[in-house]
Design a protein around this ligand. Structure first.
Ligand code: SF4
Length: 75
């Protein structure tokens, strides 16, 4: 499982993540992207989440592996 976080200071609201993974990301008020489903990324959307994180022009999307039964550790 992975967890996600968007750095609001880094996000420039370009909308790329929303276009790549609309089930996961949404740009609100033309100002910042948020995770639609909260920090936990469903397994079925993990590939999309990594794709969007790699494509984000400012590196605002941070994904972390969540070990089974453990705490989150940022990659
Ligand atoms: S791709 Fe990055 S900068 Fe663009 S809206 Fe998404 S999080 Fe913000």
């Amino acid at each position: 499982m992975i967890a996600g976080r968007i750095d609001p200071a880094a996000c420039v609201a370009c909308g790329l993540c929303e276009r790549l993974a609309p089930a996961l990301f949404r740009v609100i008020l033309h100002r910042v992207a948020v995770l639609r489903l909260g920090p936990r990324i469903p397994a079925s959307l993990e590939e999309r989440a990594w794709w969007a994180a790699e494509a984000c022009p400012t590196g605002a999307i941070h994904l972390s592996q969540v070990p089974a039964g453990g705490s989150e550790g940022e990659c």
